[in-house]
Design a protein around this ligand. Structure first.
Ligand SMILES: [Fe+2]
Ligand SMILES: [Fe+2]
Length: 146
C-alpha cells in the first residue's frame, strides 16, 4: 500500500493565521508528492515536487522558529532541532537514491514524509499550538482588563 494523502483538520488550528495557512500549504504540497507516486509516476515530477515541498518547509520552519523566539517559547531548541533533522534526513534520503530513483523509492520517501508530518504536526506543533492558545487567551484577558 502506498502513502496516503493528508487532510487539514480544525484540531490542527493554532489561532495564528500565518502558521495555519503554512500548515495547510505544506499538506497540499505533500499531497502533490503522493499524486506523483500514484498517477504520473514520473521520477522527474516526483523530484520536482519533493524539492518544492522542502523549499516551502524550510521557509515555514524559519518563520515558525522566528515566532517561537519572539514569544520566548520554552521548547524552542528542541522544536528547531526537529525541523533541521527533517530537512537533513529528507535531503539525504532523496540523495541516497542518486539518479536511479524508482517508483517504489518514491513511495518509501513519501511514506517517510507522511510519518514525519503527522508526528510533527501533532506532537511538536501541537505543543506550540497549546502554548499559542494559552498566550492568546492570556493577552485577550489582559486587554479586557485594561
Ligand atoms: Fe514545527
Ligand atoms: Fe509547523
Amino acid at each position: 500500500m502506498g502513502p496516503e494523502t493528508l487532510e487539514w483538520t480544525p484540531d490542527l488550528e493554532t489561532g495564528v493565521a500565518d502558521v495555519d495557512d503554512a500548515h495547510c500549504e505544506l499538506l497540499g504540497l505533500y499531497n502533490r508528492i503522493v499524486f506523483a507516486c500514484e498517477k504520473d509516476g514520473a521520477v522527474g515530477t516526483f523530484r520536482e515536487r519533493m524539492r518544492t515541498f522542502l523549499i516551502y518547509a524550510r521557509w515555514h520552519f524559519a518563520e515558525e522558529e522566528a515566532l517561537m523566539r519572539r514569544l520566548h517559547y520554552p521548547d524552542y531548541m528542541d522544536h528547531k532541532g526537529h525541523h533541521q533533522r527533517l530537512l537533513q534526513d529528507a535531503e539525504d534520503f532523496l540523495e541516497s537514491f542518486g539518479d536511479s530513483l524508482r517508483l517504489e523509492d518514491n513511495s518509501a520517501i513519501a511514506s517517510y514524509l507522511m510519518y514525519w508530518l503527522t508526528r510533527h504536526l501533532n506532537d511538536k506543533d501541537g505543543s506550540l499550538r497549546n502554548f499559542l492558545i494559552t498566550k492568546n487567551t492570556a493577552s485577550t484577558l489582559a486587554s479586557v482588563r485594561n
